[in-house]
Design a protein around this ligand. Structure first.
Ligand code: RIB
Length: 304
């Protein structure tokens, strides 16, 4: 099967505990519940895109264990082609330990496991037809060398490269220059541009422009309940949708997955961001990472 969207990234089992508030160091809190969800930024974005009608292949690595089977089964059931996901019997499948507070905010501890073994060699051995790839979606939960190698292959084939610089870590200028769209949230933007916190819209623009000076063609800042902003040759604002958030986990993944589908379809970035904002808004009204991803019908109904 040729794939119009390729996602090269992580797969995690999310172990999620509800808390009334985040615990202080040394404090013991009683949780309000526990659930296990399929997650991982790469897998979430692949699943989100497939739910919206994208033809998606995910490349990554899981362990040869039950959690790996469970994650792959769930992705297949959502229509994601997982033929480029390898298995490594020497490590366990990636885990994310997530706490979600009463306001729907989360904090995450990652145990990369097999994600850390997704090397450039494994990527180049994976069955990916770059010539038929319209959009490559990348995040930063797998080794950076692999992310850069994927971006180089996609760029050489003329694909659109979308980089979600999450979780925040150092990003080399080469990777920014290989990216058509870089989509940080506020804290990732701050981390990529000297640290501190973003001090309002002027500062946000200045920081986004500095990523463009380093090579990124366009920067799209996901600004939570303030909407999203495109900073490129021109500036475009997408307003936020007012929804009641129960779990913000993977809202950024819903945004990126939707953006990829619309761009693979040939839509303008303005229309793509419109779809992405609606998909992200719907996702925060539901619990869990992949189970929170809306279908295309749901997003259209919401937008209307
Ligand atoms: O973006 C949300 C994801 O981040 C979770 O599913 C978790 O696995 C972490 O990778």
């Amino acid at each position: 099967m040729s794939s119009h969207i390729v996602v090269a990234g992580s797969l995690n089992a999310d172990l999620v505990v509800g808390v009334p508030r985040f615990p202080a160091p040394g404090e013991t809190l009683t949780g309000t519940g526990f659930a296990r969800f399929p997650g991982g930024k790469g897998a979430n974005q692949a699943y989100a895109a497939a739910r919206l009608g994208g033809q998606v292949r995910l490349a990554g690595q899981v362990g040869a264990d039950d959690l790996g089977n469970w994650l792959l089964d769930h992705l297949r059931s959502g229509g994601v082609d997982v033929s480029a996901v390898g298995r490594d019997a020497t490590v366990s499948t990636g885990l994310a330990i997530i706490t979600v507070d009463a306001a729907g905010q989360n904090s995450i501890v990652l145990v990369p496991g097999a994600n850390g073994t997704f090397t450039p060699d494994r990527l180049s051995a994976a069955p990916i037809d770059w010539r038929s790839t319209r959009v490559l979606l990348l995040q930063l939960e797998v080794p950076l060398d692999t992310v850069v190698a994927a971006a180089r292959s996609a760029r050489a084939a003329g694909s659109i490269v979308l980089l979600d610089p999450a979780p925040a870590r150092h990003v080399p200028d080469e990777l920014l220059a290989l990216s058509d769209f870089v989509t940080p949230n506020e804290s990732e933007l701050a981390a990529l541009t000297g640290g501190g916190s973003v001090g309002g819209e002027d500062d946000l623009m200045r920081r986004a422009q500095s990523l463009r000076v380093r090579g990124a063609a366009h920067v799209i800042v996901k600004w939570g309940d303030r909407g999203a902003l495109l900073v490129g040759d021109h500036v475009h604002r997408w307003p936020a949708h007012a929804v009641r958030a129960v779990d913000t986990t993977a809202a950024g993944d819903a945004f990126n997955g939707a953006l990829a589908v619309a761009l693979a379809d040939g839509q303008s970035i303005e229309d793509a961001g419109h779809l992405a904002s609606a998909a992200a808004a719907l996702s925060v009204t539901r619990t869990g990472a992949q189970p929170s991803m809306p279908s295309l019908d749901e997003v259209h109904a919401f937008m209307n």
